[in-house]
Design a protein around this ligand. Sequence first.
Ligand code: SF4
Length: 138
Amino acid sequence: MTDRRSYPEDVFLPITNVCRNQCSYCGFRRDPAHPDANLMTASEVAKTLVAGRRAGCTEALFTFGEMPEEHPLFREWIGDIGYSSVIDYLIDLCEIAIEYGLLPHSNPGVMDPRDIRRLKPLNASMGLMAGSTRSPRL
Ligand code: SF4
């Protein structure tokens, strides 16, 4: 009998569930005042990356709400850990993931071209929800 084993490829890292949008179908988003609203610390991210690597994962999937820093309370949280935006924070987290041997993928949502250029060298892919583009056509 063949010894077959399977393992997940991605470590899932929900950096924050705070989001500036309010898509009606979304079960992920929380207001910053909600008791379940979160912002993962860099040390929590590092621990998750280590555990994922040990479990055989090869990729790190960073997911979070779009531009959560539009909420004043979230701006305080991210300011307390030394950043002004979730993208600035993500850039450092992607570098940590690469150091641990995991290939970053990110779901930042809508970004300005400058942020896309900053993330491009650190990410194998970047995603967004089409419904969050605020396009009148959607
Ligand atoms: S943009 Fe994404 S995280 Fe934000 S409310 Fe919509 S589906 Fe939820």
